[in-house]
Design a protein. Structure first.
Length: 238
């Protein structure tokens, strides 16, 4: 099995809340952290802009982070996105698909594709760790966020690459409220405020201002984020 550098990480980074938290977590723990994003035909370019804003802001928060933050790559997967008729790639309603029992925002196999492509880049660069923001709180709607799915995928990638690559998912078993607290533990209020203001989660691509950040306020992603923020703030007040 090919050894890879376990002091280096490649963060799967969308510019959303969870992946921003994971990037901060990785910057605290690894000597160098590269980032990878995916242009998979998503409807809203604001997601890709948020990635740049977060990277720039993180570099300005800490000299150590600036030195550790490595190269960024955005991989064109538009052909993959074109295969899926989902609310993230098409102008279709955000609702539960009666046939599948899953939300129309589910892009089939997206996380599995992202992990495979990221593993290929990590292998080429000699990077030993993938850091990703999948969260089991989302797993009822997104079966590719389940721990058993991710464990099976990384096992397959280790076998298929014959390389010592591992996956870190620091928010996998963490509530949205607890993830904000984790962010505070890593970098204090300044880091929390940076992610709250600059990250993007809204499925509709809206950037209306709210206490918890920016979004439409009504799509499932905004509702989950707002509930998590409220619980986090309430916990701080205790």
């Amino acid at each position: 099995m090919r050894p890879l550098d376990q002091r280096r990480a490649l963060a799967l980074f969308s510019g959303g809340q969870d992946s921003s938290i994971v990037l901060a977590w990785a910057l605290e723990r690894f000597d160098r952290v590269d980032t990878i994003g995916f242009a998979y035909g998503q409807r809203h370019e604001v997601e890709l802009q948020a990635r740049l804003d977060i990277r720039r802001a993180f570099a300005g928060l800490s000299p150590d982070w600036r030195d550790r933050l490595g190269d960024d790559a955005v991989i064109d997967l538009s052909g993959y996105g074109a295969m899926s008729d989902t609310a993230l790639t098409r102008n279709t309603p955000i609702e539960i698909d009666a046939a599948a029992g899953l939300p129309t925002t589910f892009v089939p196999g997206r996380n599995l594709v992202f992990l495979s492509v990221a593993a290929g880049l990590a292998y080429a660069r000699g990077i030993g760790v993938l850091a990703a923001g999948m969260c089991e709180e989302d797993a009822t709607g997104y079966p590719d966020c389940r721990a058993e799915t991710l464990n099976a995928q990384i096992a397959a990638l280790r076998l298929g690459l014959d390389a010592d690559i591992r996956l870190e998912t620091p928010v996998l078993a963490t509530s949205k409220a607890r993830s904000w607290a984790l962010l505070e533990e890593i970098g204090g209020d300044a880091l929390v405020d940076t992610v709250r203001e600059a990250s993007h989660t809204c499925y509709r691509g809206v950037r209306d201002a709210h206490e918890w950040g920016h979004g439409c306020g009504t799509c499932p992603a905004c509702v989950l984020r707002a509930e998590g923020w409220s619980a986090y703030v309430a916990g701080k007040a205790v």
